[in-house]
Design a protein around this ligand. Sequence first.
Ligand code: DX5
Ligand code: ZN
Length: 216
Amino acid sequence: MKIAPSILSADFANLGRDVKKVTAAGADYLHLDIMDGHFVPNLSFGIPVVKALRPLTDLPFDCHLMVSNPQNYIEPLAKAGAQIIGVHAEATAHLCRIFQSIKQAGRRTEVVINPATSLAAIEEILPLADAVLVMTVNPGFGGQQFLPFVLKKIAHLAEIRQQGNYHFEIEVDGGINEQTIKECAAAGADIAVAGSFIFKADPAKQIKLLRDAIKS
Ligand code: DX5
Ligand code: ZN
């Protein structure tokens, strides 16, 4: 399983330092949570921060857009150095058009769904998705508790992938710790995003705890 630290829980006064720390610790992706205070009841950071962090690491940037008008951010994000662009199915009526613009920009498509959103809402877009991010908390804040009912959805998505011979990766985000990462891996997830768990102590030690948990 791949590990994607979410910098939402990093020290914003030392963001560059923390990005270098998780890079040195062998993270697989860097997860960047972009919030507009409208789609979710919180503000985080925007494109200038993504751009400023780009020269500091070779990790692929997995940008999770929690914004009301995702179509406005695709090109700027691609230019700022995002490799994977995650768009909430709940945020747009035109997911296909947005996916087309992500592809046009040469980036990887990711559809994101909230805990209460059914897989039926994204079924038709699955052939075009490089990743599906299943939220395991309500989006907007770090440090929330994992919602166990979502595990069934992850397992169902893994089944659909197998039956449909799709190529997308399954990613989970929210409340990931040593215990919940095991449950997500067992359900079929490929990538785990973790914020507070990684940054609450030494990131290298915390990433190792997550990797050991999956092995056990
Ligand atoms: C929440 C964000 C997450 C967040 C996860 O809306 O999408 O990426 O940083 O934080 P933890 O791991 O603390 O639940
Ligand atoms: Zn996220």
